[in-house]
Design a protein around this ligand. Structure first.
Ligand code: AR6
Length: 336
């Protein structure tokens, strides 16, 4: 998945490069900088001494030493001074320059901490927004997997109000699902009736020595509905998007998309299907239909499902915002 938010200690990330939120001296400090230097060992500081420092917004490369990564990219974020002193532009430059350096070193995987969001005081929600937007924009042009490593549980990008609204949405539906199992049951039956092919038992292959298969049954199997892959490609065509525009909006890698495209019967994961539904801006009924093609349904017994349903039913198809909300509620994210 091209951009993934994970909660981890960046010094443990097994990637080609990790990014350090450094200061202009590049000679170490506290926060993530201190953690990286401690884990890398003295070789890192020795190499940093040769670099002549680094200006705000710029990035410099060193080896990874004892870290499980090949490189450390050191960038210097802006100190927050109220937001009117070019902080956003400088922070954007940190991400762009670091990513550019990673691409020049042929890195395929890069992990970032939330630059400037600690000692340098950049408000966390805004720092995360800049990070996500800049990385997403860069990934429109480059094939790379980027991890945004969030150390701190309180990094909510969604507003308090949105958090409350989603929590209420979950509560309403959770209660409904858990107090009325008949409703859940009839929903399941309705889904089964509307998508019989998904729930049908697999057909035995008609080997030459096998007993004759009922011709009506054979005919029925031949007339099977379009598969997930066929429906997805049709919907992309209908949307006027190119394949690349669609899989990038869905936060799906080109590799995964190629697999789906070339295998008529590909069975994607549920987050992958939902990522495409969001990328294609499908309304609820069409989202259910696409899910059904892959053998899934939306359930009110799952917070993940209810959160995605919240965004679709509110016409909000911004996958970053959906993922930020999923992250805030400790759910897995949409994408490959
Ligand atoms: N892994 C991932 N993220 C971390 C880790 C970790 N091990 N440790 C902290 N964070 P900060 P800045 C998060 O203060 O604001 C240093 O002294 C942390 O929760 O490390 O850019 C430098 O030398 C926060 O969200 O960096 C500079 O003087 C984010 O990393 C100054 O701090 C960044 O916090 C740079 O300040």
């Amino acid at each position: 998945m091209p951009l993934q938010m994970v909660r981890n200690d960046i010094t443990r990330m097994q990637v080609d490069a990790i990014v350090n939120a450094a200061n202009p001296t590049l000679l170490g400090g506290g926060g993530v900088d201190g953690a990286i230097h401690r884990a890398a060992g003295p070789g890192l500081l020795a190499e940093c001494r040769t670099l002549g420092g680094c200006r705000t917004g710029e990035a410099k490369l060193t080896g990874g030493y004892n870290l499980p990564c090949r490189y450390v990219i050191h960038t210097v974020g802006p100190i927050w001074r109220g937001g009117q002193q070019g902080e956003r532009a400088a922070l954007t430059a940190c991400y762009r320059n670091s990513l550019q350096l990673a691409v020049e070193q042929d890195c395929e995987t890069v992990a970032f901490p939330l630059i400037s969001a600690g000692v340098y005081g950049y408000p966390k929600a805004e720092a995360l927004q800049v990070a996500v937007e800049t990385i997403e924009e860069f990934l429109q042009q480059q094939e790379l997997t980027v991890y945004l490593v969030l150390f701190d549980r309180t990094v909510y990008t969604i507003s308090e109000q949105l958090h409350r609204e989603i929590a209420a949405f979950i509560d309403d539906r959770y209660v409904e699902a858990h107090t009325d199992s008949r409703a859940e049951q009839s929903r399941r039956i309705a889904i089964q009736q509307s998508c019989p092919e998904v729930f049908a038992a697999p057909m035995p292959a008609a080997a030459p020595s096998a007993p004759a298969v009922d011709p009506d049954l054979l005919q029925a199997v031949r007339q099977m509905d379009e598969s997930f892959s066929q429906m997805l490609l049709r919907k992309i065509d209908e949307s006027g998007m190119t394949d690349a525009q669609c899989y990038k909006r869905a936060n799906i890698s080109r590799k995964l998309f190629s697999k789906i495209r070339s295998d008529l019967h590909y069975r994607p994961s549920k987050p992958t299907v939902l990522a495409f539904a969001i990328a294609l801006r499908l309304p609820m009924d069409q989202t259910r239909e696409l899910l059904c093609k892959a053998g899934f349904a939306l359930s009110h017994s799952s917070k993940f499902d209810i959160i995605v349903e919240y965004f679709i039913s509110h016409g909000n198809y911004d996958i970053c915002q959906v993922n930020e909300a999923l992250f805030a509620f400790d759910q897995s994210l949409l994408g490959g």
